[in-house]
Ligand binder design. Sequence first.
Ligand SMILES: Nc1ncnc2c1ncn2[C@@H]1O[C@H](COP(=O)(O)OP(=O)(O)OP(=O)(O)O)[C@@H](O)[C@H]1O
Ligand SMILES: [Mg+2]
Length: 1089
Amino acid sequence: MDEGGSRIRRRVSVRKRNRPSLESVFAASPATELKHRDEKEDEEMVAGSRRRKTVDVQPVEVQLHHLSDWPEFLVLFPTFGVMIHNQIIDSEEDMFGDYDSFAENSFLAQVDDLEQKYLQLPEHMNHATDHATEDLCSESDKQNTLNVTAVGDCTALNIDDHTKNESRHEDVSVEPEADILYDVPSSQVLFFENLHNSSSDLGGPSTEEKDWNSSCPKTVNEELLVNSREQPQQTVESSSKIRTSSDANRKSLKDHLKSTMTGNAKAQTPIFSRTKQLKETLLSEEINVAKKTIESSSDDLGPFYSLPSKVRDLYVQFKGIEKLYEWQHTCLTLKSVQERKNLIYSLPTSGGKTLVAEILMLQELLCRRRDVLMILPYVAIVQEKISGLSSFGIELGFFVEEYAGSKGKFPPIKRREKKSLYIATIEKGHSLVNSLIETGRISSLGLVVVDELHMIGEGTRGAILEMTLAKILYTSKTTQIIGMSATLNNVEDLQKFLQAEYYTSQFRPVELKEYLKINDTIYEVDSRAENGMTFSRLLNYKYSDTLKKMDPDHLVALVTEVIPNYSCLVFCPTKKNCENVAEMICKSLSKEYLKHKEKEKQEVIMNLKNVSGGNLCRVLKRTIPFGVAYHHSGLTSDERKLLEEAYSTGVLCLFTCTSTLAAGVNLPARRVILRAPYVAKEFLKRNQYKQMIGRAGRAGIDSVGESILILQEKDKQQVLELISKPLENCYSHLVQEFTKGIQTLFLSLIGLKIATNLDDIYHFMSGTFFGVQQKVLLKEKSLWEITMESLRYLTEKGLLHKDTMYGSEEEFQSNFHITKLGRASFKGTIDLAYCDILYRDLKKGLEGLVLESLLHLIYLTTPYDMASQCDPDWMIYFRQFNQLSPAEQNVAALVGVSENYIGKKASGQAIRKKVDKNIVNRLYLSFILYTLLKETNIWSVSEKFNMPRGYIQSLLSAAAAFSSCVLHFCEELEEFWVYRALLGELTKKLTYCVKAELIPLMEVTGVLEGRARQLYNAGYKSLTHLANANPEVLIRTIDHLSRRQAKQIVSSAKMLLHEKAEALQEEVEELLRLPSDFPGIVASSTEKA
Ligand SMILES: Nc1ncnc2c1ncn2[C@@H]1O[C@H](COP(=O)(O)OP(=O)(O)OP(=O)(O)O)[C@@H](O)[C@H]1O
Ligand SMILES: [Mg+2]
């Protein structure tokens, strides 16, 4: 066995040894303490996209572009889909603009790539290393060289940073405007009284919240000085040794890995402690018993709903859940559930729906030993779930695989023994199901869970969800489907579509009181009252004339009744309004608010600067010292994550936010205020209203949750209807979303050979949600006509062809085939509305591709749908154009945009000549992307183009996704061979628009750029470093890292490393397996017979 082999094996086994036994976990933190901590830390880490840059620039104060005035839903960009006005978040994978994916290359291919690059470096002999995982993840060997030499410097750097941080502490002060003394509402006066009379009579929910002057725990900075040298140094030291010995006999890295992995594949399971072994044996025995119990379908459900008792312990340990709610127990013991029938269940928000789904998923993974797919609506939620369930996966022995953003393999890796839990966004879930069908593996999927099932009625994403479910229903009779939602009305239609049972309950752990505010009167919503509401109280406030003018809706009075002891959310109609309201409230708050959790708030500000390369939004700079922040898609993912964490831990007590927060992340509040009954200019829908007010009341913390809808007299009638009417029905969007719905569906049905003739396709269509609702949705046409029409359209477009002519006798039985263009569109998941134009653009590109810079390629991969909503600033356009090289300017001419045109537009002259606006806009967007790739700094680009940083980030994500789609499109078309190599590189550049050395760390769920930079500087340079890290040491070494975050990062890293190692082992086994068609094998077996 060669040396590298044993090292890799050791790394895997070390991971296992390091896994704490259950006793040690409990010994370290008694159950009570754990529970308390977990309650506090219940909010799971939410991670955003991971492709940003940190470049040291001077703080920039960003002027918010007019885009921020847009209603939220117009600026929430689709991954690469069409944005339809009046429909919130159509086709986008992430409300915050994360992007869709591309299949990754095989790991060994990447190794090969890296090795080739490595060998080309003159100095490679000096730095050859076998530190496999580390190097594989790293982009260049040059950086590896730095890794080694940076050891000593790292410590110094940390201390430097620490010193800088301290000085920054002092920098953060309140802007002069905040000093102006405003009249203080009575609620604030009350608050001061309470403050001075000690915290005991505040009646707050937790001691921590009551304790205003709570002495901060010793700051991380203080501890850092003592601990910063601890762990990383050891790691790097040992790796240096390894490097020296391996230099002498360096083999091909790829060969090395293969032989290593062969060894691993054959190796025995490493021996770890006896207690550990006993524990595992016990667990596997319990699983065996549970398996038998579940198979025998007896009434005795075993220790914990057929699951090993360890699962129950883990829920206590990780989530602080000790007992199931009654409804959860009833639901889990339903006969239909035990019979594995499809199920829809519906309960109010915060009812605890997730736990039931999780238990059913664990039963499938552990007892029935089949894979599970969980579909969640947004990237951020997928990542939150991955972080939360990775520790369960590690403890119970299953994989948790992320299918969101740029993550996910198609088809998924076939695991040898352990089962996989795929957690996916709607789009990724669809691609995953397609790939399983294509490879004949769909029945390996035992269970599919859909959260927020009502989304099936929302635009393109709804259509995609419908397609996914319909395909599963049609191709795998053994896959169980479970859907849940808080806002379902026409359940019967969904039940019919999913052939599902239905369970519902009105349970809510925290009572929700709904109020309306008209002028200064507060009414309680009361369904028994004649007009639906009863008088509750008059608002108690004393406003001066100035304050009255500034705050006519009495927001300050309403929020100061709860903050800072309790949290509060204020939903606003637009993004700009969120920022204005946050500022207005802070201007009216007394300075006493600054004292609450002052240090922690300063840390938040420093962290924000940290992740933004020294920049800080000037609104946040003013509001955070008061514990207030805005929350909308204009924030970058790093900022959003930090703010959410600060809110969850009570450092921030007030968010002014747009409606998307209600659907996106789990951030409950004691009081939810709806600033107006509008989302942008649209009147609130009942579903939206329910989702927003549903955030009120934090389970386990609040005894009651309140919602207050502020309204004007003129809207009273409409509001009274809003609070009393039933939830809106949800309707299929399969046909409405023509090119992204039914057309895409047919193309994939034929491409995947699910149904290829008219009869089968019609049969498939009758089983869809649309099929169920067709009579309501489209009265004038029959399902048959719609099917025929769509197929004809696809044939005319050259995406399909047919064996026989339309109208002939055998028409119903004759097969459709997918054309090359059809396959390319299907494989690239290109919106069929754009497949022709994409083909034409690429073809034209072949005639004169400008390769002097990336601009031309970027133009070709700039998403079409984003161009249609772009509104260029012509002066900036002109300035940017003039900064281009002549060759780059030629790109503009080649695509059809002349300098003359841009110049005239910039000077406001009328232009008679017709120019395609989409092309002009698309070029403008590619200028932004081009600048971003060059400067790698979202903040400076945001300033240069006068656009919100969140928008720039969404554009980058969408471009990375579309670039990978175009790559897949080109892979299917011979004539575009030249694009394949070029686009592979471009996709990588767009995906990881960060410093290459951070990429391996950012692969870990929950690690964004700022955190990755901190970890890197502290010596954690690879996935292996993170997987072997001790969370306690991490907390001490890394500034502002909570224990919960540290644990989640280590768990996620372990899970990822495990997955990678397993994948390599599999690849090796496959490589060494004798092919079944090997000459001689067939002959000899026939001879024997
Ligand atoms: N049996 C239980 N005991 C204590 N807490 C629980 C229990 N079940 C769930 N919870 C907690 O309640 C909170 C809300 O649960 P969950 O997120 O599942 O709600 P939900 O029904 O999915 O709501 P929404 O519709 O808003 O998504 C979570 O913090 C969860 O950990
Ligand atoms: Mg939920």
